[in-house]
Design a protein around this ligand. Structure first.
Ligand SMILES: O=C(CO)[C@H](O)[C@H](O)COP(=O)(O)O
Length: 218
């Protein structure tokens, strides 16, 4: 199977986690896009969605799925999103699509985080994928110097502005033995909005697309 077929399979499998008559949290990226397309097929049994990016909002609207403001809802039973890497404790690196801050906000509200990923994303130790950090633009150089002190090699993601008007530094060279500790440390740097480690708010369920079918990890 191709990587896209594996992504489509997990996007479809996540529909089983969507309760009737609910508002669904929807993430960002190519795997989340497959989920949105599958959600369109059952849109009659949900109220609508909240999303972590303008790109996903546009896709939801194209399918005529009602999109809600996160501040206008009082409950979010489930959030479905992809990941750039996920370890065996279901901690993740996210933000390859630059949507990490809104992803963290929406997933914080959600009662259950269902991660959908193809098998290439499942790793023993996080850090092969460069860790995205969203930064207030005027703090970019300062934050980069602080990230070097933590042992990383930050690279400015040229030309990318987040939905929040900020920039992204991708931190290479980190082998992340203690994800929750590093998540907190990076978030303490002045000028950092947030980083792409989802260690405290990890996934509750992983649907992993493999050659042997969709595997579920909890
Ligand atoms: O965190 C993300 C976007 O900010 C995505 O979930 C992550 O980049 C995975 O993307 P894809 O499903 O396209 O492989």
């Amino acid at each position: 199977m191709t990587q896209n077929e594996l992504k489509e399979a997990v996007g479809r499998a996540a529909i089983a986690y969507v309760p009737d008559d609910c508002i669904v949290g929807v993430g960002t990226g190519s795997t989340a896009n497959y989920f949105i397309d599958a959600l369109a097929e059952i849109k009659g049994r949900i109220q609508g969605a909240v999303s972590s990016s303008e790109a996903s909002i546009a896709r939801l609207k194209k399918h005529n799925i009602p999109v809600f403001d996160l501040n206008a809802i009082d409950r979010l039973p489930v959030y479905v999103d992809g990941a750039d890497e996920i370890n065996h404790q279901l901690q993740m690196i996210k933000g390859g699509g630059a949507a990490l801050t809104r992803e963290k906000i929406v997933s914080a509200v959600a009662e259950q985080f269902v991660c959908i990923a193809d098998a290439s994303k499942y790793v023993g130790v996080l850090g092969n994928f460069p860790l995205p950090v969203e930064v207030i633009p005027m703090a970019r150089s300062y934050v980069a110097r602080e990230l070097v002190k933590l042992g990383g090699h930050p690279a400015y993601r040229e030309g990318v502005v987040t939905d929040n008007g900020n920039v992204i530094l991708d931190v290479h060279g980190l082998r992340i033995a203690e994800p929750a500790k590093l998540e907190a440390e990076i978030n303490q740097i002045v000028g950092v909005v947030t980083n792409g480690l989802f260690a405290r708010r990890r996934a509750d369920v992983l649907l992993l697309g493999t050659e042997d079918g969709v595997k579920t990890y909890k």
